[in-house]
Design a protein around this ligand. Structure first.
Ligand code: SAM
Length: 243
């Protein structure tokens, strides 16, 4: 069933009014008809089963038939701290992480990243990334749209300290495996993890993460591309905590 997001305030109105891109999507792209059903999620974990009452040129009117709890969210709030990848890899990274259940994605510049996150274009980029997250959240039946933001590596080390568990993916030999870490330190509530850039974390960054008490982990025998690592981890977390 087609899925949309709308704030809880607007979903409490009667009728519920859909405008803009979602209206066009319902009326033109999906060619829905009056009487058809759609799911509208409030982004806070509640799915509203709605019936289309009427289309006009500017808007779609809906009535809410039933409300139920969305059951697609992971049991933990998992935040991805990702060294910013290049070009289209960013889009791929966001889309797949959202499908896999990430709660939030924070991009950071690192010593070995090529992309720089500054200047006037950044706000536009974040808005575009947020759209990719929204579309992946709709497609995968999520109960919320993960937030995309940027922050400095240093500030994220502090933020990570507020989570029940935070680890960074480290390719050096002799690291504890992700499986061992998850079984030893059973996460509860929020958790987060750092993925480095293609060139890996610098020695200074590795030391700063260790000093901040972030756990280094190995993802196994193969070296994954930076944009693959997050999805691999989210799949492992899903296996350990919800499948
Ligand atoms: N030569 C780089 C190095 O040794 O760090 C390779 C970096 S890898 C392409 C990109 C990032 O993905 C790494 O910084 C790390 O965070 C994560 N990663 C990829 N494969 C990993 C593995 N097997 N174990 C731990 N982390 C891994």
């Amino acid at each position: 069933m087609p899925r949309f997001f709308l704030s809880a305030d607007r979903l409490n109105e009667s009728p519920v009014i859909i405008t803009g891109e979602d209206h066009l999507h319902m009326s033109r792209s999906l060619r829905l008809r009056e009487g058809d059903a759609v799911t509208v999620c409030d982004g806070e974990g509640n799915d509203h089963l709605c019936k289309i009452l009427r289309f006009s040129k500017e808007e779609t009117e809906l009535s809410v038939i039933a409300v139920s709890a969305n059951e697609s969210e992971m049991p933990h709030r998992v935040t991805l701290f990702q060294a910013i990848p290049k070009g289209e890899k960013i889009d791929y990274c966001i889309q797949k992480a959202v499908e896999c259940g990430v709660f939030e994605i924070v991009f950071f510049e690192s010593d070995r990243t090529v992309v720089r996150l500054e200047g006037r274009e950044t706000d536009k980029k974040i808005a575009r990334w947020q759209k990719i997250a929204e579309s992946a959240a709709k497609q995968s039946g999520r109960g919320r749209i993960p937030l995309i933001r940027i922050a400095s590596f240093e500030s994220l080390l502090k933020e990570a300290g507020e989570h029940s568990l935070s680890f960074f993916c480290h390719t050096a030999e002799g690291q504890r495996s992700l499986k061992t870490l998850l079984r030893e330190k059973k996460p509860s509530g929020a958790l987060s993890f750092f993925v480095g850039p293609e060139g890996g974390f610098s020695e200074e960054e590795t030391q700063a993460a260790l000093d901040a008490g972030i756990e280094p982990v190995s993802l196994g025998r193969r070296i994954l591309r930076s944009e693959t690592a997050a999805h691999f981890i989210l799949a492992c977390l899903a296996y350990e905590t919800e499948l």
